[in-house]
Design a protein around this ligand. Structure first.
Ligand code: FAS
Ligand code: PHB
Length: 407
């Protein structure tokens, strides 16, 4: 068995793990990333598309924002289409100058992987049978946390001070916490999102969130020449049932006349159905094990919060670890879970609210539908209503002093 020692063992090489690794590297804290999949698989995953300004600031802090600054698209508003009429939410005006950046998670992952490679940092991809051990040993115990795994038939043990569980919803870290030490909260939605990526120009300059009698749709993008579209579909649907032609026809059925006229269709380069759930783990820290990102929480993508919540967890965790290693203080570590969960639950509420408001639920009675229409009409007709949507959409502030981010 190969035995290695590092300060922080990071499980998972998605956005959370990679961003944490980059911020720890910038602060001179040793770490190793252990990932179960091949690097190419991780780099190719098609997921989120919207970055909050605070996430962009964090990527700048990590020194990986060059390509993002070159090609990221600043968006100062979104459209909400209901009853055939588009209503623009002026994010920039309503939040006194904030915006979001359209930049695919695939690009974020590639930027972080490239920076990691350039810094020649240690990652183990295609790691199997990853296990986390002794993460609740007290400081006085002789034992300390360690991780074991195999790769290419070779067994490894990594001794460390801390383990960061950045291994997503299906990861091993949350599953390794004793059941009596953890509480989870979950809501599973009775529909999925059928997503299509196509190299066609976007139907509009800004995103269009569609509430229609036939179900939700979303018109998004990755660039001026690459579009991302979603349709609400029943959970029983299989992607094989959706030809490109059927997808484009159904999207047109849910759009307004002007958008149908402007829509450019083409062959899908990626097509998949993602389930929707709201999920939160409490707490997010267990001794020397921290959960971050999808390992700790999931939101329905309606509010574009998933990737951004992973970023805010990493802002808090990296700040806490840097504080510990530079001053010996445990304050950030002890406050990690509570600080993350305060922002997570607000994003969970917003994502649930947007999903509830814009999707068609079979369980909706006629009264429920009338109430939903009235709620959406109130939001769209009132500056107060639009402001609450806008300030959540651009991202609520972190509880971190600027200097804490300056590793
Ligand atoms: P990730 O799941 O990205 O990464 C976890 C990593 O850990 C993976 O690489 C996995 O292989 C690895 N891992 C798992 N188990 C392991 C083990 N035992 N040992 C080692 N490694 C292990 N968010 C949005 O904001 N907008 C969207 O439109 C959107 N669409 C999505 C569509 C899909 C299909 C999915 C699944 C998610 C979507 N999300 C979206 C949310 C998504 O972007 C996540 O929030 C984001 O990937 C979170 O990043 P991580 O926490 O790093 O988790
Ligand atoms: C995307 O472009 O993938 C996207 C954008 C906004 C969302 C969800 C997904 O709310």
């Amino acid at each position: 068995m190969d035995v290695l020692t590092t300060q922080v063992a990071i499980i998972g090489s998605g956005p959370a793990g990679l961003l944490l690794g980059q911020l720890l590297y910038k602060a001179g804290i040793s770490h190793i990333i252990i990932e179960q999949r091949h690097a190419d698989y991780v780099a190719a995953r098609i997921r989120a598309g919207i970055l909050e300004q605070v996430s962009v600031d964090l990527l700048k802090q990590a020194g990986v924002d060059q390509h993002l600054n070159e090609v990221g698209l600043a968006h100062e508003g979104i459209e909400i289409l209901t009853d055939g009429v588009k209503h623009r939410i002026d994010l920039h005006k309503l939040t006194y100058g904030k915006q979001v950046i359209v930049y695919g998670q695939t690009e974020v992952t590639k930027d972080l992987m490239q920076a990691r490679q350039q810094a020649n940092l240690t990652s183990y991809y295609e790691a199997h049978d990853v296990q986390v051990h002794d993460f609740t040993s007290s400081q006085t115990d002789q034992s300390s946390p360690y991780v074991t795994f195999t790769q290419d038939g070779q067994a490894y043990r990594i001794n460390c001070d801390f383990i960061a569980g950045c291994d997503g919803y299906h990861g091993v870290c949350r599953a390794s916490v004793p059941q009596d030490k953890i509480k989870t909260f979950e809501k599973v939605y009775p529909f999925g999102w059928l997503g299509v990526l196509a190299d066609v120009p976007p139907v509009a300059d800004e995103l269009i969130y569609v509430q229609s009698d036939r179900g939700f749709a979303l018109c998004s993008m990755r660039s001026k020449t690459r579009s991302r579209y979603y349709l609400q579909v029943p959970l029983t649907d299989k992607v094989e049932q959706w030809s490109d032609e059927r997808f484009w026809e159904e999207l047109k059925n849910r759009l307004d006349t002007e958008s149908v006229k402007n829509l450019v269709t083409g062959p899908s380069i990626e097509k998949s159905i993602a389930p929707l759930r709201s999920f939160v783990t409490e707490p997010m820290r267990f001794g020397q094990l921290f959960l971050a990102g999808d390992a700790a929480h999931i939101v329905p993508p309606t509010g574009a919060k998933g990737l951004n919540l992973a970023a805010s967890d990493i802002a808090y965790l990296s700040s806490a670890l840097v504080e510990f290693y530079t001053t010996g203080s445990q304050q950030g570590i002890d406050e990690y879970s509570e600080k993350c969960l305060k922002r997570i639950w607000k994003a969970e509420r917003f994502s649930w609210w947007m999903t509830h408001l814009l999707h068609r639920f079979e369980s909706d009675s006629e009264f429920d539908l009338k109430i939903k229409q009235a709620e959406l009409a109130y939001v769209l007709d009132s500056e107060a209503g639009q402001t609450t949507l806008a300030e959540n959409y651009v991202g609520l502030p972190y509880e971190l002093k600027a200097l804490e981010l300056n590793h």
